[in-house]
Design a protein around this ligand. Structure first.
Ligand code: F6R
Length: 243
C-alpha cells in the first residue's frame, strides 16, 4: 500500500486527479471506477481543469460507478447519475454511452445487479477504482456486516449513512433507504484502488481500516489484502496513523 499524505483537501484533490489523469494518458481506453460524495468533488474539478488545459483526452475511457440510490431516477438531482454528470461527465469529453451506473429505477433488482456485473466484465474489469470511506468504514454502500458481500447487490443503508447523507436532502426522511452497490468482491477485482480521504472526522476510521483488524465490521479493512492500493489523504485524515 502506498500512502500519499497531503497538506489539505486541495492538495489531496490535485494528487488524486494527477493519478487518474496519468492512468488515462498511459492507457487512453482505461476503465475508471468512480465514486460520489463530497470527497471526490475536488478531484473531479481538477480533472476538468486538466482537460480544459488540453492535458488529457477522455474520449476513449469508460466509467463505472460504485453505487446508486434505489428509487431515484436519472433526472433526480440527488441521484448519483445526476451528480456524475454535474461534477464530471458534462464537463469533459467522455462518451456518455460509456458511463455506467446501476439503474436506481430497475424493476428487477436481481437482474439489475447481474446486468451491472456483466457490464464491468464486458469492459474487461476496472483499471483504477476511486473510493471514499464512510464514517462507519463503508466503501461503496458496503455497510458494516457479519460477512463481506461479493458481487453487486441491493442494500439497506445503515442509520449512520442515512444521517451522514441527509445533508444532500431536505430531511433524513427523504434519503432513500436502499441502494445498489458494487460488492466488496467487485471492488477488490479492480486492478488498482485509489482511496481518497480528507478531514479529522475520518482519522479514526481510516486508522482502523488501514492498520486494524481485517473484518467485515470495517468493510474498508479488506483493502489491506489488495495488492495495489494508493491512499491519498490529507494530514488531518492521517492524524491517527500509527507512529
Ligand atoms: C459514494 C460512496 C460512499 C462514499 C462515502 C464517503 O459513491 O460509495 O462510500 O465514498 O460515503 O462519502 P463522503 O465523501 O461524502 O464523505
Amino acid at each position: 500500500m502506498r500512502i500519499i499524505k497531503t497538506k489539505d483537501y486541495q492538495e489531496m484533490s490535485k494528487a488524486a486527479a494527477a493519478i487518474l489523469v496519468a492512468q488515462v494518458i498511459l492507457k487512453p481506453d482505461s476503465v475508471l471506477g468512480l465514486a460520489t460524495g463530497s470527497t471526490p468533488i475536488g478531484t473531479y474539478n481538477q480533472m476538468v481543469e486538466k482537460y480544459e488545459k488540453g492535458e488529457v483526452d477522455f474520449s476513449g475511457i469508460s466509467t463505472v460507478n460504485l453505487d446508486e440510490y434505489k428509487g431515484l431516477d436519472k433526472e433526480n438531482e440527488q441521484s448519483y447519475y445526476y451528480f456524475m454528470n454535474q461534477h464530471l461527465f458534462d464537463r469533459i469529453n467522455v462518451d456518455k454511452d460509456r458511463t455506467h451506473l446501476p439503474n436506481g429505477m430497475a424493476l428487477d433488482r436481481q437482474k439489475e445487479c447481474e446486468d451491472f456485473e456483466r457490464i464491468i466484465q464486458d469492459l474487461g474489469g476496472v483499471d483504477i477504482q476511486v473510493l471514499g470511506i464512510g464514517h462507519n468504514g463503508h466503501i461503496g454502500f458496503n455497510e458494516p456486516a457479519s460477512a463481506f458481500e461479493k458481487g453487486t447487490h441491493c442494500v439497506a443503508l445503515a442509520k449512520e449513512t442515512i444521517e451522514a447523507n441527509k445533508r444532500f436532502f431536505d430531511s433524513a426522511d427523504d434519503v432513500p433507504k436502499e441502494a445498489y452497490t458494487m460488492g466488496i468482491g467487485t471492488i477488490m477485482k479492480g486492478r488498482k484502488i485509489l482511496l481518497i480521504v480528507t478531514g479529522e472526522e475520518k482519522a479514526d476510521i481510516l486508522a482502523k481500516a488501514l492498520w486494524g483488524e481485517i473484518t467485515p465490521k470495517v468493510p474498508a479493512s479488506i483493502l489491506q489484502l489488495h495488492p495495489d492500493v494508493i491512499v491519498v489523504a490529507d494530514e488531518a485524515a492521517l492524524s491517527k496513523m500509527p507512529k
